[in-house]
Design a binder for this molecule. Sequence first.
Ligand SMILES: Nc1nc2c(ncn2[C@@H]2O[C@H](COP(=O)(O)OP(=O)(O)OP(=O)(O)O)[C@@H](O)[C@H]2O)c(=O)[nH]1
Length: 298
Amino acid sequence: MIDVYLYSGFLGSGKTSLLLNSIAQLKAAGKKPAVLMNEFGELPVDSDSVSASGDVPLKELLSGCICCTGSEKTEAQLQALLEDYEGIDVILIETTGAAHPVEALDAVYSPLFADRLQVKGIVTVADAPRWLNREELSPRIHSLMLEQIRHAHIIALNKSDLVTDSQLATISMELANLNTSAPIVQTVKGKLDFSFIEKTLSAEKSAQQPIISGKNLPLSSKVILFLNPVKKEDVESWTASLPDTVYRMKGYIPIEGVKNPMLFQYAYGMVNWMPEYVKMPERLVVIGEGIEQIEWID
Ligand SMILES: Nc1nc2c(ncn2[C@@H]2O[C@H](COP(=O)(O)OP(=O)(O)OP(=O)(O)O)[C@@H](O)[C@H]2O)c(=O)[nH]1
């Protein structure tokens, strides 16, 4: 299994600094990290700095964010990364500043490599001065920032050199109120011990929950297997019965009378089915909060 870490956070908060820092530490520890990053706009500025840092395999998503360019593109990039480079043991993914964590997680997690990748969790970089001035942000961007904090498994309170100690204390308290389970670490230029990230995110793992597990973590995901062909209507009524903390589902479901498992997508209460022309693995990925108990019963 290759460990996958998502770095989320506001535009300019210090994600790239954290990423470069983590890469340096991983390489020093003899690991082989790979990076998937994406940028708004056409200029892959950040990837230059990563490439300059050495021979780290890098795939980049140009023209847009990890969510709005479609998860298929991310899947393709991940697939290429896995095919082109051997021996990768850690993948770091910098989600764009505008990606909602659920969408970023969704884009990364594909039923295609559920058995090869283990998504460890989300490190959110919070920008200390930006947080103090958050009221200036548009409501949409403001709420995105709150969501990134709320869904983090670790919060790096970055640019702590640009605020006073008492401001730092206030910000830490405000962040802790939004997310009671994630540890908050004050950082400068994204300097954070990678072994801390590793240790914090490896707590309470189990084989059945290959992404993020643990009762105290805000977001988790689960793989559901379909052993026998089922009826579409049954899947849809099962979907309707699920709690509304299920944010997203996608996968391939074998349907009675249909040759190949169909692509099933669920988001924001909407279900979508698409035929597949090749036989894809029969499994469904569910992403949400408190979803450990969800099961499909034949
Ligand atoms: N003073 C100070 N500046 C910082 C710190 N961390 C990052 N910066 C600066 O902030 C700017 C943005 O840092 P990046 O690491 O590129 O941030 P990012 O989140 O990857 O930015 P985007 O890719 O635009 O989302 C750079 O000019 C950094 O040098 C910090 O802790 N303190």
